[in-house]
Design a protein around this ligand. Structure first.
Ligand code: FAD
Length: 300
């Protein structure tokens, strides 16, 4: 693949944005300002996470429902198997469908307490593949699932993890969104391995613009993501310089996206952490604009 400059990027990409449900009024305001700022980029969908142990069930529901009612965006609700029976999950899914929510990001979830092993609810689903199968029986949802370019920490092997991803797609998911990562080669190799494994659904890279190296490292250690030494060095000395950290974050994430683009990637999923500026700036550098001037001038 030719390696394009930012100046050459035509904006022929589609994006999606991930948010988490707000815990307070102030966080709610931040979230809605961010949704409003990112909406003109016409994301393919915007997703709302589900807290560990189902702890945000109501808040996730309230957020996606408000997106349906107050915007023309397509919401996707994350849903996990943690601490819920199959019946409870069916009820949640039916309520989503009735509220006009047609896209679910189906996940097994992590145990409510860090460091514990996942154990399924006695009457629940034990993995994401069975959840996908169950959701498809409730209604014809669009379903996205998780994928791991650096292998899920509990997987027996890279091949076993790909077998699992294939089971999720075969059960009815139409897209995989990856865990965050920092090496474009790792993602591109994973994508090629997935294709060789018979997985034809799109695998969309999950892009995390890192502004806080320490915090991200803790999270990365739990999910097996490699935090490169060069990234640590870039943040070294910027602990109390938030603006500089933001500039570094946008530059690093935009460069990652540029190299993924060079490898043929045209869909990107952004972990926004409920902030619009960084994701907006990166999309802008990839050539994405709020609306096409060509269409505007034709309309005029
Ligand atoms: P699964 O696909 O079920 O896989 C879990 C593990 O079991 C893997 O190691 C897999 O290889 C193995 N496995 C599964 N079935 C088999 C089998 N039959 N034989 C052998 N091995 C098997 N967590 C939340 O709590 N809330 C969220 O909103 C959330 N959103 C996320 C969004 C994305 C894009 C990603 C990448 C992750 C998200 N997570 C979220 C984290 C996710 O819940 C964890 O990573 C969890 O540990 C695994 O979930 P999964 O859906 O990938 O599980």
């Amino acid at each position: 693949f030719a390696s394009p400059l930012f100046a050459d990027l035509a904006g022929d990409i589609s994006v999606s944005f991930e948010f988490f449900p707000p815990k307070s009024e102030r966080m709610e305001e931040t979230l809605w300002n961010s949704i409003a700022a990112l909406a003109p980029l016409k994301p393919n969908f915007v997703s709302v996470t589900y807290g560990a142990g189902g702890s945000t069930r109501e808040r996730t529901h309230a957020t996606v429902e408000r997106i349906v009612k107050e915007t023309d965006l397509t919401p996707a609700a994350h849903l996990t198997c943690v601490d819920a029976s199959r019946g409870e999950i069916e009820d949640i899914a039916r309520a989503y469908w009735d509220a006009g929510i047609r896209h679910i990001v189906a996940l097994r979830g992590d145990p409510p307490r860090e460091g514990e092993r996942f154990s399924a609810h006695p009457e629940g689903y034990d993995c994401a593949a069975s959840l996908v199968e169950g959701l498809k029986k409730v209604a014809d949802f669009e379903i996205s699932v998780a994928a791991y370019p650096e292998i899920h920490p509990e997987a027996e092997s890279a091949n076993g993890d790909l077998d699992n991803l294939k089971r999720k797609i075969d059960a009815g998911a139409t897209r995989a969104i990856t865990q965050f990562f920092f090496s474009p080669e790792t993602f591109l190799r994973f994508r090629d391995d997935a294709v060789a494994h018979g997985i034809s659904a799109p695998i969309v890279p999950g892009i995390l613009p890192v502004t806080n190296f320490k915090q991200t490292s803790k999270f990365a250690a739990l999910n097996g993501t490699d935090m490169p030494g060069w990234l640590e060095r870039l943040f070294d000395g910027l602990e109390d310089k938030q603006d500089a950290r933001n500039l570094v974050a946008a530059t690093v994430a935009a460069e990652l996206c540029r190299r993924l683009y060079a490898g043929g990637v045209r869909q990107f999923h952004f972990y926004t952490l409920n902030r619009a500026e960084l994701s907006y700036a990166i999309c802008h550098m990839l050539g994405l604009r709020p609306s096409s001037p060509k269409i505007e001038s034709q309309a005029a």
